[in-house]
Design a protein around this ligand. Structure first.
Ligand SMILES: Cc1cc2nc3c(=O)[nH]c(=O)nc-3n(C[C@H](O)[C@H](O)[C@H](O)COP(=O)(O)OP(=O)(O)OC[C@H]3O[C@@H](n4cnc5c(N)ncnc54)[C@H](O)[C@@H]3O)c2cc1C
Length: 448
C-alpha cells in the first residue's frame, strides 16, 4: 500500500469504534501510546447490611499486600436505601485477573476479604455482578488514559482517527468488493461500505465523481427533485428605526419584481439591543444577489428600507450575505420534492447503489427539507446499512450451501474459471445474493 494511503476497512464500524487498526503509522502509534484503563465495579447483594452505615459513612478501604486487591468498597445505602448492596472497585491488572476467572471464584475472594474486615459471621452475598469491560470486544477497557507526559500532538492524532475534518471528497470508486474514497488532498480511504450524506445539490453537481457512474434511475431521481435556495441576509444598524414591541416582528415590502427584498424581520425579540434586520430572499433572487457584490446588495436593501421608512434612516454598518447556491458544499439550501411525485422518486433518491448508502434531509420521506429530516434519515440509513451487513454476514455463513448452483448460474460472468483462492468470500456470496436474494439491488448493481 502506498504511503499516501489510509486504509480504513469498514468505515461504518469505524465510526463507532475505538479503532486500533488499519490506519497510518502515526495514527496507530498515537492510538497505542494512550493507555486504556480497566475500571471494574463489582456489585454484591446481601440479605441485610452488616457494614457501618449512617452520616459520613459510605466508603471503606481494605489493605492487602497485593496492590489493589479488593481495596475500595462503597455501600449503596445512601443512594439506594434498603438495597443492601456493596460495590468493590478493581482496576487494571486486578480487573483483568478477575475477568478471567469465574464469578464464583470472585465471590469467594470478595467474601473472604469481607470476613477479614467484619468477622466470620456476616452473611454470604446472594448475588454478584462482575462486569467484563476488558473482555467486551466493543469496549476493550473502560476509558482512555493519556500518558502523564504527552504533548498535544498525541491528542490531535487520536482525535482525528474517527472524524477527519477539512477533507473534501472528490471521487468515489465502488465495486462489489468495497468502496474507495479519494479526497482533494490526495488521501485515499478504503471501506467496505460508504454513507454519502452530502446535500442533494452537491449530488446534482460534479463535486463528487462516482466511478462507475451512478445508475440512470439514481441520477434521474436526484435531478427530478428541486433544490431551494433560501437566503437570509443580515443587516446591522446603529439603532432601531423599525416598529418594535408586542406583535411586531415582521414586515413585508411589495415590489413589482416578485420576491425583491419582500420578507423582513427584526431580531429585537430574540436578541434585544442587537439592532439587526434580516431579509429573506429565495431562488432566482438569491442567485442574483449571490452573483453581485455585497456592496451592491447593501445599496439595494437600503434603498428598499428608505422606500418604507423614509430617507433619514441610518445606513447599515455591516451586512452578511450567505451564498448557499455558490457554496460548492451546499449548492442550495434544501430539497424540494415536486408537488406531484410518487413514492418511487423518494425511494430512488434514498436507495443504496451497491455498497454506497445515501442519507441527509433529501432522503427523508416525511421530513425532507428540515433539520429533523436529516437527523431521522441518518438513523434510518444506518439501520439499513447494519441490516445489509448482517444479511451479508448471514449469507457468508450459508455461502458453501449456495455456492455451487449459483456459480453455475453465473457462468457467463466467468467466475467459475477462477480458482477458489482468487475468489474472495465476498465474491462468492455477492454474486448469488444479487441474483437470488436481494429485493433492493437489481441486476445492474450486481454486476457493477
Ligand atoms: C438559510 C436556511 C434556513 C433554513 N431554515 C430551516 C429551518 O428553519 N428549519 C429546518 O428544519 N431546516 C431549515 N433549513 C434546512 C436545514 O438546514 C437542512 O435541512 C439541514 O441542514 C440538512 O442537513 P443534512 O445533514 O442533510 O445536510 P447538510 O447540512 O448539507 O450537511 C452535509 C455536509 O456535507 C458536507 N459536504 C458536502 N459535500 C462534501 C464533500 N464532497 N466532501 C466533504 N464534505 C462534504 C457539507 O459541507 C455539509 O457539512 C434551512 C437551511 C438554510 C440554508
Amino acid at each position: 500500500m502506498k504511503n499516501s494511503r489510509e486504509a480504513f476497512r469498514n468505515l461504518a464500524v469505524l465510526i463507532t469504534s475505538s479503532c486500533k487498526e488499519g490506519s497510518k503509522r502515526w495514527k496507530t502509534e498515537a492510538l497505542h501510546k494512550c493507555d486504556v484503563i480497566v475500571y471494574t465495579k463489582i456489585f454484591l447483594k446481601f440479605p441485610y447490611c452488616f457494614w457501618p452505615c449512617g452520616p459520613g459513612k459510605e466508603f471503606f478501604i481494605y489493605a492487602h499486600e497485593r496492590r489493589g486487591y479488593y481495596t475500595f468498597w462503597q455501600h449503596m445505602e445512601n443512594a439506594y436505601p434498603g438495597s443492601n448492596l456493596l460495590v468493590v472497585t478493581l482496576t487494571n491488572g486486578e480487573s483483568k485477573r478477575v475477568e478471567a476467572q469465574s464469578d464464583r471464584e470472585t465471590l469467594r475472594e470478595a467474601m473472604s476479604v469481607l470476613r477479614d474486615m467484619f468477622g466470620p459471621n456476616i452473611p454470604n452475598a446472594t448475588e454478584i455482578l462482575v462486569p467484563r469491560w476488558w473482555n467486551n470486544r466493543f469496549q476493550r477497557g473502560s476509558y482512555s488514559n493519556y500518558p502523564i507526559i504527552s504533548d498535544n500532538q498525541l491528542a490531535k492524532n487520536i482525535k482525528f482517527s474517527r472524524i477527519n475534518l477539512w477533507q473534501v471528497v472528490r471521487e468515489v470508486q465502488h465495486s462489489r468488493n468495497g468502496v474507495v474514497v479519494k479526497t482533494e488532498d490526495g488521501s485515499v480511504y478504503e471501506a467496505n461500505y460508504l454513507i454519502v450524506s452530502a446535500s442533494i445539490g452537491v449530488l446534482q453537481s460534479n463535486l463528487i465523481s462516482f466511478k462507475p457512474s451512478l445508475p440512470r434511475w439514481k441520477t434521474e431521481a436526484l435531478h427530478k427533485c428541486d433544490v431551494i435556495v433560501y437566503t437570509k441576509i443580515f443587516l446591522k444598524f446603529p439603532y432601531c428605526f423599525w416598529p418594535c414591541g408586542p406583535g411586531k416582528e415582521f414586515f413585508i415590502y411589495a415590489h413589482e419584481r416578485r420576491g425583491y427584498y419582500t420578507f423582513w424581520q427584526h431580531m429585537e425579540n430574540a436578541y434585544p439591543g442587537s439592532n439587526l434586520l434580516v431579509v429573506t430572499l429565495t431562488n432566482g433572487e438569491s442567485k442574483r444577489v449571490e452573483a453581485q457584490s455585497d456592496r451592491e446588495t447593501l445599496r439595494e436593501a437600503m434603498s428598499v428600507l428608505r422606500d418604507m421608512f423614509g430617507p433619514n434612516i441610518p445606513n447599515a454598518t455591516e451586512i452578511l450575505v450567505p451564498r448557499w447556491w455558490n457554496n460548492r458544499f451546499q449548492r442550495g439550501s434544501y430539497s424540494n420534492y415536486p408537488i406531484i411525485s410518487d413514492n418511487q422518486l423518494a425511494k430512488n433518491i434514498k436507495a443504496p447503489v451497491g455498497r454506497i448508502f445515501f442519507t441527509g434531509e433529501h432522503t427523508s420521506e416525511k421530513f425532507s427539507g428540515y433539520v429533523h429530516g436529516g437527523y431521522l434519515a441518518g438513523i434510518s440509513t444506518s439501520k439499513s446499512l447494519l441490516e445489509e451487513m448482517e444479511e451479508k454476514e448471514r449469507r457468508n455463513e450459508n455461502s458453501s450451501f449456495l455456492l455451487e448452483p449459483l456459480l453455475a448460474f453465473t457462468e457467463s460472468l466467468s467466475l467459475t474459471t477462477q480458482t477458489d483462492s482468487k475468489v474472495s468470500n465476498l465474491h462468492k456470496c455477492d454474486i448469488p445474493n444479487q441474483f437470488y436474494l436481494s429485493q433492493k439491488l437489481g441486476i445492474p448493481e450486481a454486476i457493477l
